[in-house]
Design a protein around this ligand. Structure first.
Ligand SMILES: Nc1ncnc2c1ncn2[C@@H]1O[C@H](COP(=O)(O)OP(=O)(O)OP(=O)(O)O)[C@@H](O)[C@H]1O
Ligand SMILES: [Mg+2]
Length: 301
């Protein structure tokens, strides 16, 4: 668990993070959401001490991070940023091995770990291990960035708009891959985005910030359905809320017995996935793995 206690950061006379207290629970994804300049990246970088706090503290599993050497702290925390920041002159395998090499792992163990991670992010090692970053697509490079952050198996992961530069299809693909990996490995994640759909899709908890202040914090549905003030309500956009809510409800919850043509959706698909499938196929129903169909009529009801 990561706990922020009364964090404050000021540049000159501008307070960019104002008394933020928040806890990011174990094995969950906590999303920091808010408009540009609201302090999201600053907060993330205060967690791994890339930026020192003026006051307040960050606790990890009941340990004050002020008492941990910054480099030791950063080796314990995976960090993924937009644009990845891979070393251009190193191949993919060596990039992923950065932290294990710093930690002095034996070569065999590093090689095995690199292979395992490449498999995990769906980049076949025999094709990708030797490639240079310049030979990768944006989506592939972002996968390598995720693999690198996971290399030494940190229990905490900080991610700052990792998917924002990608086209919508690649983005969706990586969001799903990330969610699967996060569920499988039980990482505790703090994820920065200003994209509402992404926050709803990935967040177990959402913390909405404005001008360095934490405005509301809780499960996504709670912010959608019980906004604390007009800013929150506006941010979640009244009219669009119904549609967005579909990302949070499982297709299985609205399934009825029956059959439909076309590929089946995974049993854990959301109603939003079901709607997208219907729209792209031009059909009014879609079947689920494990049985049942979701109809457009039921969905709109
Ligand atoms: N080194 C700095 N010196 C002065 N002001 C800074 C510095 N770093 C950040 N700021 C200011 O702090 C505020 C918060 O910045 P931050 O990068 O945390 O925002 P953000 O929420 O991540 O925004 P975005 O969505 O655009 O990435 C901004 O107004 C920014 O201009
Ligand atoms: Mg930022």
């Amino acid at each position: 668990m990561i706990e922020l206690r009364h964090l404050v950061k000021t540049y000159g006379d501008v307070a960019v993070v104002r008394d933020v207290s928040l806890s990011a629970p174990e094995a969950a994804v906590t999303v920091l959401l808010g408009p540009p300049g609201s302090g999201k990246s600053t907060i993330l970088r205060m967690i791994n001490r890339l930026i020192p706090a003026d006051s307040g503290s960050v606790w990890i599993d009941d340990e004050d991070t002020a008492a941990i050497h910054p480099e030791a702290l950063r080796r314990r925390i995976g960090y993924v940023i937009q644009g990845v920041g891979l070393f251009p002159h190193w191949n993919v395998a060596r990039n992923i091995a950065t932290v294990p090499a710093l930690l002095g792992w034996p070569r065999k163990r590093i090689a095995a770990r690199v292979e395992q991670l490449l498999d995990m992010v769906n980049l076949p090692p025999d094709r990708f291990a030797e490639k240079r970053p310049s030979e990768l697509s944006g989506g592939q490079a972002q996968r390598v960035g995720i693999a690198r952050a996971l290399a030494a198996d940190p229990s905490l992961l900080l991610m700052d708009e990792p998917f924002s530069a990608l086209d919508p299809v690649t983005r969706r693909d990586l969001q799903q891959a990330f969610r699967r990996i996060q569920r499988d490995t039980g990482k505790t994640v703090v994820f920065v985005t200003h994209d509402l759909e992404e926050a709803l899709l990935l967040g177990d908890q959402v913390a909405l910030l404005r001008d360095g202040k934490l405005i509301q914090h809780g499960p996504p549905l709670q912010l959608l359905e019980h906004p604390a003030d007009d800013f929150v309500a506006d941010y979640f956009g009244g009219a669009a809320a119904g549609l967005r809510r579909l990302t949070l409800l499982s297709a299985a919850s609205r399934a009825v017995p029956g059959e439909a043509g076309g590929a089946r959706l995974p049993a854990q698909a959301s109603l939003h996935d079901a709607l997208e499938a219907m729209l792209s196929r031009g059909t009014e129903s879609v079947a689920l793995e494990g049985g049942g169909v979701v109809t457009l009529k039921a969905l709109l009801a």
